[in-house]
Write a protein that binds this ligand. Structure first.
Ligand code: GTP
Ligand code: MG
Length: 308
């Protein structure tokens, strides 16, 4: 038995678009969570295991939702909530170019109330403040100042760590600090893939990411992807035939996703296919259809089909 071994659960929280999923993917060294420049990309609480010589860390990436407004967001929130309650270490992420905004403070308040509901409090849990996107701040003294201000004002943070999830800066120090606050115990999971997404969900997440990356409006947030069928090709058995529905809330959303002469949906389809082929390691024929389902984000029975 290795008596110095540490392991535990780490949950990343913070406002939308701050870089939570980017950090998770970087640490795991593979893409498990989808990423886009639009706020509100992550819908599922995605987990991954990081095995190190002296530690095993189970990371949870949460959607940046703290004030659920419809059934969909409520589901998203419940999962995030659970991963917050069970965490050994919480990473609270802020944006280096914004500093600590009112919105960040509201998230902290919400976080505190979640802890209180579970008979815990800020002083007793291990919360690290992560300042991300420091690559965007040219004057480094500004980052130092922000670190100091946060440390002085919010004393419950065990540490404040500046990083760039995009440029891989500060990650070693971050991992060392996380490990410092994990309990001494053996590995929690033997299977590296214990948290792998079911294949259908993974494929629908890839398609959803391409929608976010090609449609620069509010529409992607009220879009769902359902994989209708995955089967081997009739002629080429090595090929996978995938049929997927993109569900939108309105007719005009459908038109935007399809685009002029089908240009947008073709782009989404091509980009998704390339990535799905890497995932399944075989050629893929992907058919995408767009369907309108009014107010689906408010319908619990439909949301249950999405993999929650
Ligand atoms: N310049 C810079 N951009 C970053 C960094 N980290 C993430 N980004 C970008 O910020 C955007 C949002 O990143 P995500 O990882 O999707 O953010 P998120 O916090 O998971 O967002 P939600 O899922 O919407 O809550 C993407 O365009 C990323 O490429 C960073 O360190 N520097
Ligand atoms: Mg995300």
């Amino acid at each position: 038995m290795n008596t110095n071994f540490k392991s535990g659960y780490v949950t990343i929280i913070g406002k939308p678009n701050v870089g939570k999923s980017t950090l998770l993917n970087l640490i795991l060294g593979k893409k498990v969570a989808i990423v886009s420049p639009i706020a509100g990309t992550t819908r599922f609480t995605i987990a991954g295991i990081k095995n190190l010589p002296n530690a095993q860390i189970i990371f949870f990436d949460t959607p940046g939702i703290y004030d659920p407004k419809n059934e969909l967001e409520k589901r998203m929130y419940i999962y995030a909530y659970n991963s917050i309650v069970d965490a050994d270490v919480i990473l609270f992420m802020v944006n280096a170019t914004d500093g600590l905004l009112e919105y960040d403070r509201e998230i902290l308040k919400k976080f505190e109330s979640i802890l209180n509901e579970n008979n815990k409090n800020l002083e007793k849990v291990n919360v690290l403040c992560i300042i991300n996107k420091i690559d965007l701040v040219k004057d480094k003294s500004k980052v130092d100042n922000l670190c100091n201000t946060i440390k002085e004002e919010l004393k419950f943070f065990k540490d404040v760590i500046p990083i760039s999830a995009l440029n891989n800066t500060g990650i070693e120090l971050l991992l060392d600090t996380i490990i410092k606050y994990l309990p001494l115990q053996e590995k929690l999971f033997e299977d590296e893939d214990a948290f792998k997404l079911p294949i259908k969900l993974h494929i629908s997440e890839i398609i959803r990411e391409k929608i976010f990356q090609n449609i620069y409006q509010e529409i992607p947030k009220s879009t769902a992807v359902i994989i209708e069928e995955i089967k081997p090709g009739d002629v080429d058995k090595n090929k996978l035939i995938i049929e997927a529905y993109i569900i939108v809330e309105r007719e005009n959303h459908k038109a935007i996703i399809i685009g002029e002469n089908g240009k947008k949906i073709k782009q989404i389809g091509t980009q998704a296919r390339v990535e799905i082929e890497q995932l399944v390691n075989k050629p893929v024929y992907l058919s995408l259809y767009v369907k309108v389902k009014e107010k689906w984000t408010k319908k619990t029975d439909f949301i249950s089909q999405l993999g929650f």
